[in-house]
Write a protein that binds this ligand. Structure first.
Ligand code: SF4
Ligand code: SF4
Length: 661
């Protein structure tokens, strides 16, 4: 009768030693886990309760179905194989323990017998192969194909940690198969076919015969046990800790919209100056990083100048929170100001991270401290002081804000004086930048032709504050938001519309938290799409251009608006050809997070130039379409600096609508 003989051929001293080792392993494991929990508790409080079902579902989808991990085929399949294989083997070990140490010991029966046992053997045997496949893929990738994102870790000793995990798991698997094979070689059970791998391994030992095989079995079983317990005990002290940290991190992911930055820490100065000012969740973030490098590959700051690698930031922060106090400062010694200022807050890193780490809030928290101490470059200082003084980064007076409206007939309504359906929040760049006002006027003309009842705030509008907040100037953000909020509360309108994804983001997601009501807001691409669908905008011709579309980070990744602009482009009679990085994977123009106000370091190629090259490589593209005033500035410049002026023209979405009307 097939039955699991748990301690077949194992001398009683080894059996006893196993229980002693198991107890020691559990003690070391719990001690290690407790160290992490105590470390997280050193962080500032942060509320991450509620939404229990949504959180659990996310764990199911992201941990068990490995949804985000599988976004990339090779590393996805590799990790999926190791994860599911090891999980099944772990469940198998638990079942075997219960079978022997609970049901057999206390109730005198084993459930791992007959049909159940042979299926158990088959499943474990095959799933072990899956782990070996995954480990083989991992070893090939790390040591033979060697993608750049796995290289050059900022802490060299971590390469040893990576190697340890691969070697230890491979050793457990191989020694497990050897133990099984030797048992089969000696016993030659009738049900050996249910352990196909074990049977093949066993065949290798048929010639050796007894008692050598029995002796080998005890030796390899002992090594297998020692390795398995060693790996389990080392789990909280090695990269393997991600097995626990990542599911917890996924469970506690933010449930607010992506466009909401958490409030600043104000205890001991604004933002984060030393690591204990991070929240417990941020400390958990650092410990969850598996060093996979996906974030680094997605990062425009890294692609452009390699000044900032979000992967390295997490690695350095994780190491720092475990450092003995040796005088190394978080700012300066661990993380440089250049790294922090290089971030465009584009969120590409957050979007791809399989551990659901939120890099952006950490970087902004640290920027808040730099701003608090006045540590920023001159250009940024000037921009912030202009924003404080004039309400715009151009340093121009309020009265000049609506200069672009001069000569427009009919005149644009003043929403402060009469009720309107749509309040157009124009934004700084569209209002003040001399190279953009033509586009702003075209937008007004399209709205007028469509019969839209709209108005603007004229000199009462202020910068919405989105990038001021991302720079880390929390006080100035609140001041700007309050000023805009006061004006908005006094006027009558139904919906705000804006061409600026940055203003869109903060008004939609952050103004409500700032006590400025819950205004309904649409991006102009959404409004145009709606007006085309309802027949308010009717095109008189089909443009017939082949174009590509650049998703602005604060419209796409932050707010999920991907389809409306594409529908507008198609309605104008153009064909959209997608760049390789589009939608949620779009590559940032490099202007966000206040970067547009900062001095530019010497770089090989700017993100906007890399993006233009990506578009040019599509071949046959006539226009590069944007839906953000800052993008228009960035990409028109990049087309010139990359020498593509003759082959590619950068147009705003409104240019297509205007032309097709
Ligand atoms: S937000 Fe963008 S620029 Fe900043 S680290 Fe992430 S990917 Fe890089
Ligand atoms: S932060 Fe996330 S994406 Fe980046 S290396 Fe760590 S786990 Fe990978």
């Amino acid at each position: 009768m097939p039955i699991r003989e748990t301690f077949w051929n194992i001398p009683s001293w080894a059996e006893a030693a196993q229980y002693i080792l198991a107890t020691l392993t559990v003690i070391v494991f719990l001690f290690g886990v407790a160290r992490h929990v105590l470390r997280w508790r050193k962080g500032k409080p942060e509320k991450r309760s509620g939404h229990i079902l949504a959180r659990l579902w996310s764990v199911v989808v992201q941990v068990f179905a490995q949804r985000r991990t599988l976004d990339e085929a090779y590393p996805g399949i590799m990790h999926f194989s190791i994860f599911w294989g090891m999980l099944t083997l772990a469940i198998g070990t638990v079942l075997a323990t219960v079978d022997w140490d609970v049901t057999h010991l206390f109730f005198g029966f084993q459930f791992l017998k007959d049909g159940i046992y042979v299926v158990y053997e088959l499943v474990l045997d095959l799933l072990g192969l899956l782990v070996i496949l995954g480990l083989g893929m991992a070893i090939y990738r790390r040591y033979i194909s060697r993608p750049a994102r796995l290289q050059n870790l900022p802490i060299k000793s971590l390469s040893g940690d990576d190697a340890y995990v691969l070697i230890a798991l491979t050793f457990i698997l191989l020694s497990g198969y050897l133990t099984e094979g030797l048992r089969i070689a000696v016993l030659q059970p009738a049900w050996a076919n249910w352990s196909p791998v074990g049977k093949v391994v066993g065949a290798l030992f048929l010639a050796t015969g007894d008692p050598t095989n029995r002796t080998l079995h005890v030796v390899i079983w002992s090594i297998h046990m020692l390795t398995a317990f060693g790996v389990l005990a080392s789990l909280p002290f090695t990269k393997l800790f991600h097995i626990l940290a990542v599911p917890i991190n996924i469970y506690f992911q933010p449930m607010k919209p992506a466009g909401v930055l958490p409030p600043a820490n104000t205890d001991g100065g604004m933002g984060v100056k030393e690591w204990k000012q991070f929240t417990w969740k941020q400390l958990l973030d650092f410990e969850s990083c598996t060093r996979c490098g996906r974030c680094q590959d997605a990062c425009p700051a890294y692609a452009s100048a390699q000044l900032l690698s979000p992967r390295n930031m997490m690695i350095k922060l994780d190491a720092h929170i475990w450092e003995k106090t040796n005088g190394r400062a978080l700012h300066g010694d661990v993380i440089s100001a250049d790294e922090l200022w290089a971030c465009t807050t584009c969120r590409a890193c957050v979007q791809v991270c399989p551990a659901f780490i939120d890099h952006v809030t950490t970087f902004v928290d640290m920027r808040r401290s730099l701003v608090d101490q006045g540590k920023m470059d001159k250009m940024l200082q000037d921009a912030l002081s202009n924003l404080g003084r004039y309400g715009n980064s151009f340093g121009q007076s309020d009265r000049m804000r609506a200069k672009w409206t001069m000569g427009l007939q009919p005149a644009i309504k003043d929403a402060r004086r009469e009720p309107v359906d749509y309040l157009w929040f124009v934004g700084d760049y569209a209002s003040y930048s001399a190279t953009l006002t033509d586009t702003t006027r075209k937008t007004a003309e399209v709205f007028q032709k469509a019969g839209l009842n709209f108005g603007i705030l004229y000199d009462s509008e202020r910068n919405a504050g989105n990038d001021v907040r991302r720079v880390g100037e929390e006080g100035l953000f609140e001041m700007l938001a309050d000023k805009n909020g006061q004006v908005l509360s006094k006027i009558k309108f139904q919906t705000i519309v804006t061409t600026d994804p940055h203003s869109y983001n903060t008004i939609k997601n952050e103004y409500p938290d700032n006590g400025n009501g819950h205004p309904t807001i649409m991006h102009y691409s959404e409004l145009l799409d709606q007006m085309i669908t309802t027949g308010k905008i009717k095109f008189s011709k089909k443009l017939g251009y082949k174009v590509t579309y650049h998703d602005p980070c604060y419209l796409g990744r932050y707010n999920g608006v991907y389809d409306a602009p594409r529908r507008v482009i198609e309605a104008s009679g153009c064909e959209v050809v997608e760049m390789p990085r589009h939608g949620a994977r779009a590559f940032c123009c490099g202007a966000g997070g206040g970067r547009i106000w900062m001095e530019e370091k010497e770089v090989k190629e700017r993100p906007s130039e890399l993006r233009i090259r990506e578009a040019v490589a599509l071949n046959g593209i006539q226009a590069f379409i944007v839906a953000c005033p800052k993008d228009l500035t960035m990409f028109r410049d990049a087309v010139k600096t990359t020498g593509n002026e003759k082959s590619l023209v950068v147009k705003d979405l409104i240019d297509l609508v205007y032309e097709a009307l």
